[in-house]
Design a protein around this ligand. Sequence first.
Ligand code: ADP
Ligand code: ASP
Ligand code: MG
Length: 408
Amino acid sequence: MSLIVQKFGGTSVANVDRINAVADRVKKFKKDGHHIIVVVSAMSGETNKLIGLAEDMMGAPEPRELDAIVATGEQVTAGLTALALINIGIPAKSYSGHQIKILTDKAHTKARILKIDEKAIRQDLDAGNVVVIAGFQGVDELGNVTTLGRGGSDTTAVAIAAAMKADECQIYTDVDGIYTTDPRIVKDARRLKSITFEEMLEMASLGSKVLQTRSVEFAGKYKVKLRVLSSFDAYGEGTIITFEEDEKMENPIISGIAFNRDEAEVSVRGFPDIPGSAYQILGPIADANIDVDMIIQNVGVSGANDFTFTVHERDLQKSIEIINDKVKAKINAREVIGDSKIAKLSLVGVGMRSHAGIASKMFKVLSDEKINIITISTSEIKISVILEEKFLDDAVRALHKAFELEKA
Ligand code: ADP
Ligand code: ASP
Ligand code: MG
């Protein structure tokens, strides 16, 4: 008898009908003789609604209370899903994160899972129950409710699968697998039968929010067999995340295109080129716990320096304030400029390791489309560019076509 963790995202539990459909699916797997643990998200839109309520009460809500509020979304669906199962004759019990318990660190709104107590789950499964767990949440050592960051139910599911040594973790969503790029942008994007763990990690961290990045990290670390499928389809194969690159010997050079609209850039311009200025700029940014993504520095012919870095757009105002208050005068900079209307686009593929010329082809495609590249960064298996956000969709479509990603 195998153990399967099945996670259902917001659209998969959007209303009573969808939750009943989830229950029917779980029943089928149960009847096939599997032990099933279900992890659920809040109904779609619910987390945003709860955050909105908290913000109406307090502009920047206390993180501890915000977590207490948003964690309720998943608790409602967990209870409803258990009821739906009981209704169709499948014994089920629901649990919130702190009941399980899913122990996390104290970092409210972006907590990390430290430990999962699997004893109670095991007992319930052995007694024939389906165990339904509220995703996205945990509890710290003092008993405070924590949440795992947006999209965090994926991580709950993978962490539970790791702790329980499940045979497979299935992530059910509103698309039937991982595509070459977001199918909402490119209509002929193609579903991948498999994608390597390394590529999936890049895709997720570069903006493909179909899986939370941490869930992919967890799956990699604990070797969890991870599959993404649709809860709207009959029983498809979805996309399996593989560890073996060899299985994909006939790899296309590019597996996918990821993008992220949430990026913003800060430019510090016209300061003398002396040692230590990069540290003087980024030190106070790091001290404020702001993550920096891309960095670029140019020294003009006149010897004046321009330094540009990107941050999440929610950190843009704070970053500009820090540079204006703490850095600008110190390094004698002429001006500080912020721009949130930029986006990052990345080509991802393990096949890039053995192929030259991908970057120049990418740049040619963008140049033919008259799209200006603001910043470039590369690694072994990805090339990322920053461009104006208004060009993003066209750029994704043009590159998808030029690299023939619609073809298997
Ligand atoms: P859930 O609510 O089930 O967690 P999400 O909205 O978090 O679902 O993730 C599913 C969405 O991810 C899809 O509807 C799709 O638009 C988007 N997405 C972005 N990139 C990709 C990709 N490469 N493959 C599949 N879906 C993608
Ligand atoms: N409900 C949470 C969110 O909307 C977590 C999740 O769906 O995974 O971000
Ligand atoms: Mg999600």
